[in-house]
Design a protein around this ligand. Structure first.
Ligand code: PLP
Length: 490
């Protein structure tokens, strides 16, 4: 293989006149383009497309694809993101022609099968949440938060209550305050907690009759189950406010406890996290929400409803009477919902509980084995934990970023770093349930080796990847997605 196939762009590989396909010669009289298309539609010069042979194109893209780490190639313990293995069986099922070829404008009476699936999905999500009214509309967790907050705002407006404040802990995911302010609320952040749990006294002092919602991730972003969640919920409810559960960490509690049972009034799921939708790098998601019955009338539509049961069941699309309106076209991100549906149907209630138990076991195994080099705040965790590299930084100048980057050289995707913000030099490690003990031991061994390496090497890491230390902020805010032959927008 010519090595440049993996490193050069298609423009650099281009050789004038080379083609990936050849067409039969034209067997009808040719006409000049100017007779077929209006002159203002014709370019003066042809576009600068690369001219490359098919084999070179294939090698170019296959080689490029292997430069990325993904769940199918590497252990991927990216905390909070739940990078679960995405079973190929569910991909195949979700790709069945009867599902993917269904046009979203098909009349409900002609798409009863799809509606039955979506109805069952709503029912399963309601059951897992302990919250009976579900909307499948939101396309991601963040949009689920936003949707639920708009739903809450409509509810308070309808009751004639002017509640402006949304509260959240300092460890909250950035999407929580972003959603709250987009939905028109004032954001109030609690001070960073020393124990890792919500400070109930501080919460009490902040909650009053202008409080609309308390948003809380449970288990929280430190991987701890908020032990006072029932008390927290009653503080909010006594003041007439609502409790929003950020469900990004549902993988720790499936079939064990339910947001509706511990006081949540609304929640979102991240189907792409908890229920194995393939995700990463901004890929497709689904963020259905579940709410208590008194909020159901305000949910976005359409919602699938059923009349009759068994073989005589029929399904239709309805819009709740005081609906806030649509959040997304058609029925939500059906492709991801289907993968989640097949995952839920495959595992069943018992299987889901087992998945969570294994996720918690794996996280505790890593936490315990790494406690001396990456200590965390508590001596047990749920499905993830946040270790701190602060001591390594203070003593030897080795940062969480250095360790994360070096892990790439050892063949592991890095954990989430510097989140939550309340832990210095945070490394948030979430192994998920499907990893074997051998994989976990390999990861432990790599980390233990890395922290013995000299600081200079670690500052330089990664040493083996095609791109080493990009300016991540600029890369995210001003991505250059064009080869320089195209005009680069500044
Ligand atoms: C991922 C995540 C979100 C946002 O979900 P998206 O599906 O990425 O929009 C919100 N809160 C927490 C705690 C998360 O981990």
């Amino acid at each position: 293989m010519r090595n440049e196939l993996a490193t050069k762009s298609l423009f650099e590989l281009s050789v004038s006149g080379r083609r990936a396909a050849s067409y039969p010669s034209c067997d009808v009289p040719e006409k000049p383009l100017s007779e077929v298309l209006p002159s203002e539609s014709l370019a003066d010069t042809p576009p600068p497309l690369p001219e490359v042979a098919e084999g070179d194109v294939i090698r170019h893209f296959v080689n490029l694809s292997t430069k990325n780490m993904c769940v199918d190639t590497h252990f991927y313990p990216l905390g909070s993101c739940t990078m679960k293995y995405n079973p190929k069986r569910h991909e195949r099922l979700a790709g069945m022609p009867g599902l993917v070829d269904l046009h979203p404008h098909t009349r409900p009476e002609d798409s009863q099968g799809m509606l039955a699936i979506l109805y069952e999905m709503q029912e399963m999500l309601a059951e897992i949440a302990g919250l009976p009214a579900v909307s499948l509309q939101p396309a991601a967790g963040a949009q689920g938060e936003f949707t639920a907050l708009l739903t809450a705002a409509a509810y308070f407006r309808d009751k004639g209550e002017n509640r402006k404040k949304v509260l959240f802990p300092a460890s909250a995911h950035g999407t929580n305050p972003a959603s709250a302010s987009l939905a028109g609320f004032e954001c109030v952040q609690l001070s960073p907690s020393k124990t890792g749990f919500v400070d109930v006294d501080e919460l009490k002092s902040q909650v009053d009759d202008s409080t609309a919602v308390f948003m809380v991730t449970n288990p929280n972003t430190l991987g701890l189950f908020e032990k006072d969640i029932a008390l927290i919920s009653s503080i909010l409810h006594d003041a007439g406010g609502l409790v929003y559960i950020d469900g990004a960490n549902m993988n720790a509690i499936l079939g064990i406890t339910r947001p509706g049972d511990f006081g949540g009034d609304m929640m979102h799921y991240n189907v792409h996290k908890t229920f194995t939708g393939p995700h990463g790098a901004g890929g497709p998601g689904a963020g259905p929400i579940a709410v208590r019955p008194f909020l159901a009338d305000y949910l976005p539509g359409p919602i699938v409803t059923r009349t009759g049961s068994g073989d005589s069941a029929t399904y239709k699309l309805t819009t709740p009477p005081k609906s806030i309106g649509r959040m997304r076209s058609f029925f939500g991100n059906v492709g991801i919902l289907l993968r989640g549906y097949f995952y839920l149907r495959t595992l069943g209630g018992k299987g889901l509980r087992e998945a969570s138990e294994h996720a918690v076991l794996n996280a505790n195994y890593l936490r315990a084995k790494l406690a001396d080099i990456l200590p965390s705040q508590t001596d047990s965790c749920m499905h993830e934990f946040v270790g701190s590299a602060k001591k390594l930084k203070d003593e030897r100048g080795i940062t969480a970023m250095d360790i994360a980057k070096r892990l790439l050289d050892y063949g592991f995707h890095a954990p989430t770093v510097y989140f939550p913000l309340v832990v210095p030099e945070a490394m948030m490690i979430e192994p998920t349930e499907t990893e074997s003990k051998e994989t976990l031991d390999g990861f432990i061994e790599a980390l233990r080796k890395i922290v013995t390496e000299d600081a200079e090497t670690l500052h330089e890491a990664p040493l083996t990847t095609p791109i080493r230390r990009p300016d991540e902020v600029t890369a995210a805010r001003k991505p250059v997605l064009c080869w320089s032959a195209c005009e680069v927008e500044s």
